[in-house]
Design a protein around this ligand. Structure first.
Ligand code: BGP
Length: 469
């Protein structure tokens, strides 16, 4: 739809940027922190591990000062459960509380709104040894951890995110990491884990509303609209299959308090439906998020299943992500979009399309908690000319402005990433930040902070509240 005039970005729009604890902090075993599952995953030898990462744990003051200089109104980061309750349950580590209190205070000193993810892939390893999310007791452990966060930081944190990309953890566990024994959980186990996470999330949202009435809370999912490869009706049905199984089934449960009917039929038919206790439905129905947080990188294009194993194939440029499922859908190419060096589709119009779909489905304000382009940035004479990142973000912000004009209610935009961090599964040279960290894949160097061209560009966007986008 074309408009005579575009709507402006709303007053108070949260112009921000994101990181996560394990990718930014380092200090993996300091001040009482216990190992998380990420620390114990098999690590590909060709990539940096997460032990030092971007040393944000020690340099957060310098980093937040730079965020303030960039003009950020919000900083989305995650708290490491393993710093707060190293044994997973029980005793609280005061050094962990003090650290995040300082981080939050530092943000507030610069009028930067802290947006806190409670759990970003890094389950305490000691809980994993007891079955992790397969174990129903992990639900209570999570809620107890959430209670510590709400009582310690609740008065200072207005925006809480429960679980980052639960759909990625369930659908593509290998993209996050391989357990020591190299064996990923079965689909049956994964959907049981999913059910337990849904219950933990519902209880946590309810607790947040009880303990922190001035705060808001929501899930942070990776959401994307799907295109059918052709106008063949079977392609459209396959695209719908995957959109439901990948996106709506994960967002419907927190918002509507029930599973998506098509997704549930799929789970029953494949005999992978979770065991549901009496009372679970009431727990799911008893809580609702205040907003939807959403990570958006790419769209996908889908063709009808051919009903055989050739439906499954690795994503181009990324052998760790398998796409397609026999009898459900098949990944197809989209000739109308470009791709990043790592094979991720670049689709700003698809961003607008996805925002429209999410808003018309849930009618909740949307907070973008990730969006960005991974690239092997080059430091030349003290500068990083990342014009491709400026282009990427400009196009996505323009698409978002169109979505706002379409009537979509947007809370803010926190692209990935505030500074360079270790990629989840592709090392340090795949960079996303506005701030370059001078380290290599294996050589740590001084780790000095260098403002990229995109830093200055984003600073200006924020200053003019997106007026020229
Ligand atoms: C999301 C994760 C982030 C981040 C991002 C980029 O799925 O929530 O933690 O890693 O993807 O992905 P990658 O680092 O694999 O390029």
């Amino acid at each position: 739809m074309h408009y005579k005039e575009l709507a402006p970005f709303p007053e108070g729009f949260l112009w921000g940027a994101s990181t996560s604890a394990y990718q930014a902090e380092g200090a993996w075993n300091e001040d009482g922190k216990s190992p998380s599952i990420i620390d114990n995953y098999q690590h590909p030898k060709e990539y940096a591990d997460f032990k030092v990462a971007s040393d944000h744990y020690h340099r957060y003051k310098e980093d937040i000062r730079l965020f303030a200089e960039m003009g950020l109104k919000a900083y989305r980061f995650s708290i490491a459960w393993t710093r707060i309750i190293p044994d997973g349950t029980g005793e609280v580590n005061q050094a962990g509380i003090a650290h995040y209190q300082d981080v939050i205070r530092e943000c507030r000193n610069y009028q930067i709104e802290p947006i806190v993810t409670m759990y970003h892939f890094d389950l305490p390893y000691c809980l994993e040894e007891k079955g992790g999310w397969n174990n129903r007791e992990t639900i209570d452990a999570f809620v107890a951890y959430a209670r510590v966060l709400f009582t310690s930081f609740g008065s200072q944190v207005k925006y809480w995110l429960t679980i980052n990309e639960q759909n990625t953890m369930i659908l593509h566990p290998g993209a996050i990491g391989l357990p020591e024994n190299g064996v990923l959980p079965s689909k049956k186990e994964l959907y049981q884990q999913n059910h337990h996470m849904m219950l933990a999330q519902a209880k946590t949202m309810k607790l947040c509303h009880e303990l922190c009435p001035d705060s808001q809370i929501g899930p942070a999912l990776n959401l994307t609209a799907m295109y059918a490869e052709s106008c063949k009706p079977e392609d459209a049905i396959a695209a719908h299959n995957w959109e439901v199984l990948r996106c709506w089934n994960f967002a419907d449960v927190p918002v509507f308090g029930r599973y998506h009917s098509l997704a549930w039929r799929y789970l029953e038919d494949r005999e992978i439906a979770p065991e549901v206790y009496a009372g679970d439905s009431d727990i799911l129905a008893g809580a609702k998020p205040d907003f939807i947080a959403m990570n958006y990188y790419s769209t996908a294009t889908i063709a009808a299943s051919q009903g055989n194993p050739s439906d499954v194939s690795p994503r181009a440029g990324d052998q760790q992500i398998m796409l397609g499922e026999t009898g459900v859908y098949r990944a197809a190419e989209n000739p109308f979009v470009s791709k990043t060096k790592y094979g991720w589709v670049i689709d700003p119009a698809g961003f607008r399309y996805t925002l429209r779909k999410v808003y018309e489905r849930y009618h909740l304000p949307i907070l973008i908690t990730e969006n960005g382009i991974g690239a092997p940035d080059v430091l030349e004479n003290g500068a990083v000319h990342d014009d491709y990142r400026i282009d990427f973000i400009r196009q996505h912000l323009h698409a978002m402005r169109l979505a706002i004009t379409d009537g979509v209610e947007m809370l803010g935009y926190c692209p990935w990433a505030a500074l360079d961090v270790v990629s989840t599964h592709q090392g340090y040279e795949k960079r996303y930040g506005f701030i370059y960290i001078d380290r290599d894949e294996f050589e740590l160097k001084e780790m000095s902070r260098i403002k990229k061209d995109s830093f200055f560009w984003y600073q200006n966007v924020i200053k003019e509240n997106g007026a020229s986008l």
